[in-house]
Write a protein that binds this ligand. Structure first.
Ligand code: AP5
Length: 219
């Protein structure tokens, strides 16, 4: 069984940014449930029709749907050598469901990376985030602007603000995080290779620390 990593942290902590970089570095797929759900919404699937209205308001999508899509995704061949989960599990029910779907993976071998960022910085990041609806790349109007005003660097699609990055939805997402996701910190602390990282630093600094966790000790 390959390297398996779970990212925990509130909305805007930089989980997606760091999970993407770490996945490239470790050569394992980054599996983002938020991206999967946004793809389903764009494709107009049955899942997307359920998820769309819930996500727009900042609520969570039902556990059984998430457990189903993750179980299916982890059975794909590219996950055999490991994977990085961004946005799952997000509730205790999902964490327990995940225990049952794992194929012989021991949780104690999993890396759980808990990214911490102060609340006022989360609000600044989410309100300034811009997103490419075509390739799902994210930018920030101040921290990480595109080269050409409002256009994605990769495919020149017009960048937009995610519906759930607007003020009311952000308040609900943070409340959902506090109520339903933050308890996973204690859940995983004693049963994984748990590591808390200060995400309130430049992305390269955070990434350097994360990369360092995966340097092999000399034989
Ligand atoms: P999801 O897409 O997972 O959103 P999230 O968890 O709210 O996380 P974000 O994408 O907002 O933030 P992030 O931590 O990835 O930060 P990012 O790297 O983008 O989920 C969306 C919705 O889908 C949920 O609300 C729910 O409805 C549904 N859903 C998904 N999974 C679910 C599940 N398991 N169960 C139920 N429902 C589920 O960075 C944020 C911004 O900050 C960017 O602009 C970035 O450029 C900038 N930035 C990043 N790092 C830094 C840094 N170090 N310094 C300064 N700026 C930075």
């Amino acid at each position: 069984m390959g390297l398996r990593v779970i990212f925990l942290g509130p909305p805007g902590a930089g989980k997606g940014t760091q999970a993407g970089r770490l996945g490239g570095h470790l050569r394992v797929p980054k599996i983002s449930t938020g991206d999967m759900l946004r793809d389903a919404i764009a494709a107009g699937t049955a899942l997307g029709r359920v998820a769309g209205p819930l996500m727009e308001k900042g609520g969570l999508v039902p556990d059984e749907l998430l457990n189903g899509i993750i179980d299916e995704r982890l059975s794909q061949p590219d996950c055999a050598k490991g994977y990085i989960l961004d946005g799952f599990p997000r509730t205790l029910k999902q964490a327990e469901g995940f225990e049952h779907m794992k194929r012989g993976d021991a949780t104690t071998d999993m890396y759980v990376l808990n990214v911490e960022v102060p609340r006022d910085e989360l609000l600044r990041r989410l309100s300034g985030r811009r997103w490419c609806p075509h390739c799902q790349s994210t930018y920030h109007i101040y921290n990480n602007p595109p080269k050409d005003d409002s256009l994605c660097d990769k495919d020149r699609t017009l960048l937009i603000q995610r519906e759930d990055d607007k003020e009311t939805a952000v308040a609900r997402r943070l409340a959902e995080y506090d109520d339903r996701t933050a308890p996973l910190i204690e859940y995983y602390r004693g049963r994984s290779r748990f590591h808390t990282v200060n995400g309130y630093r430049p992305p390269d600094t955070v990434f350097a620390e994360l990369k360092g966790l995966f340097v092999k000790a000399p034989a």
